[in-house]
Design a protein around this ligand. Structure first.
Ligand SMILES: Cc1cc2nc3c(=O)[nH]c(=O)nc-3n(C[C@H](O)[C@H](O)[C@H](O)COP(=O)(O)OP(=O)(O)OC[C@H]3O[C@@H](n4cnc5c(N)ncnc54)[C@H](O)[C@@H]3O)c2cc1C
Length: 433
């Protein structure tokens, strides 16, 4: 009977170090990031990255032969829970999205040449990447509706299409583009991934879209989401990443672990917001008592603690299943945590913001930024509704409608059957009356 919720002492020590390091070294950077600018930020985090490398925690999502640690998903999950408390921490640990996911794809599906040209420089921080799949007019929640095409002409792929929300594309050196290469194939085998250097003629980064996270248009920032036109973009035949027609398969393999890491990072956000909620409840006095003595606030604390605990256990269980049985076996668990975890983060941050009143709404606290961040989590990597639909479909496969249309728990029907079954006994009992 193996049923163990404990963490190995050596790894717990690493986690304790990370927690302290992120709080002491990374959190302070948040308050001066705008003054530092991207270049200053890179300078400030350079020595921190070295410390992370010395601790053997750099790019831990990759196998050891690629400079990573080969941690399984449970360990990675526990690590991401800590890194999630600051948007800057993943950069310090060599696993910031989308480069981390893209490096996994390159490690998994790239040729040796592609690894040389893109993966190793990406891991060294010499290159930046973006993943370009979503289209404004068609393929979002349902990527099988992709309309961007890549046609093989001689030794070159010619790409045409319109994408948006390609995160980091305006600062990327190369883009991993999903395009239809085999229009007549089965809907899950029509698309392939291609590596496109960002300066290839025909690639136009139209803009970085202003969003709830960054409401003012600002071109060329890390964390921006770009709209891109691909117009007769020509790349060599060997720009294909993985097998032709394997685009969705590879995307699925990339997204599974990525969702676990997202969910654990969201717990890091939730925990930080929750700590603020509790601190404020014990500080603010209103209508005759501290907020901590109001039942509504107590309900928020208890509800948040229960939700975070549930999300944490669900996410770690999904990670554990993925480690043991692989990403496809854990599909249902991953879909469950994707929408559940995003909802928990949203609720906890919302309550923490509410308990702080106007202070929570102000930029004097990080809660309003967390709230905007939390809202996006219910959309990217598949909106809530799609994951709910996927979970429900998988669950329903284990059921069937009763042949006679009568609910299997229908009491009169069951009573009739039970009366027939226990007729002798019932006869004896009633005759004794
Ligand atoms: C912050 C952020 C970063 C992103 N980064 C990237 C990136 O790097 N690369 C990239 O390619 N994309 C990226 N995206 C895009 C993201 O993957 C899409 O937004 C997502 O897949 C949803 O697609 P859509 O926005 O086109 O919504 P639509 O497909 O238009 O869906 C709109 C809504 O319809 C509803 N809906 C859809 N399907 C169903 C269903 N089956 N049942 C019930 N309701 C349904 C949902 O409520 C959904 O929110 C990013 C998005 C955000 C917000």
């Amino acid at each position: 009977m193996a049923w163990d919720f404990s963490t190995e002492p050596e790894f717990q020590e690493q986690l304790d170090w990370m927690r302290e390091f992120v709080r002491e070294e990374v959190w302070p950077i948040e308050t001066v990031f705008e003054d530092l600018g991207q270049e200053g930020f890179e300078r400030v985090i350079a020595p921190l990255k070295e410390q992370v490398k010395e601790r053997g925690l750099w790019a831990a999502h990759l196998p050891p032969d690629l400079g990573g640690q080969g941690f399984g998903q449970v360990k990675l999950g526990l690590m991401h829970e800590i890194l999630g408390s600051s948007v800057f921490a993943p950069s310090v640990f060599g696993n910031a999205a989308p480069d981390s996911g893209n490096s996994e794809v390159l490690a998994m599906a790239g040729t040796e040449d592609q690894k040389e040209q893109y993966l190793y420089p990406l891991l060294n921080g010499d290159l930046r990447s973006a993943f370009s799949m979503t289209e404004p007019d068609n393929a979002g929640s349902d990527p099988t509706l992709l309309e961007t095409t890549a046609v093989l002409e001689g030794d070159e792929w010619v790409i045409n299409g319109h994408k948006w929300f390609s995160s980091n594309a305006s600062v990327a050196d190369f883009l991993i583009v999903m395009a239809v290469t085999d229009p007549e194939a089965h809907k899950y085998q029509r698309a392939s991934m291609l590596i496109v250097p960002a300066d290839t003629p025909g690639v136009t980064i139209v803009r970085d879209i202003a969003t709830m996270e960054h409401p003012y248009e600002h071109y060329g920032r890390i964390g921006g989401h770009s709209e891109i036109l691909y117009e007769d973009v020509r790349v060599p035949k060997d720009a294909l990443l993985g097998a032709r027609g394997a685009g969705f398969l590879i995307a699925q393999q990339r997204l599974g672990p990525g969702r676990i890491h997202h969910c654990m990072r969201w717990l890091g956000v939730s925990r930080r917001a929750f700590d603020m909620l509790c601190e404020r409840a014990l500080t603010r006095y209103s209508h005759g008592s501290l907020l901590s003595e109001k039942q509504t606030v107590q309900n928020w604390i208890a509800e948040s603690a229960a939700q975070m605990q549930a999300a944490r256990l669900m996410t770690l269980q999904a990670a554990w299943k993925m480690d043991r049985e692989g990403a496809s076996a854990a599909r249902q668990e991953i879909a469950l945590i994707k929408f559940f975890g995003a909802g928990v983060m949203h609720d906890v941050v919302d309550r923490a913001l509410q308990v702080h009143g106007s202070l929570g709404y102000s930029t004097d606290l990080p809660l309003e930024a967390m709230y905007r961040f939390a809202r996006a989590a219910r959309l990217y990597d598949g909106p809530d509704e799609v994951h709910r639909q996927s979970v429900a479909r998988q669950i329903l496969r284990g059921y069937e409608a009763p042949a006679d249309g009568v609910p299997s728990q229908h009491v009169p029907t069951r009573r009739k059957a039970a009366r027939a079954r226990f007729a002798d006994l019932l006869e004896t009992v009633t005759s004794n009356d």
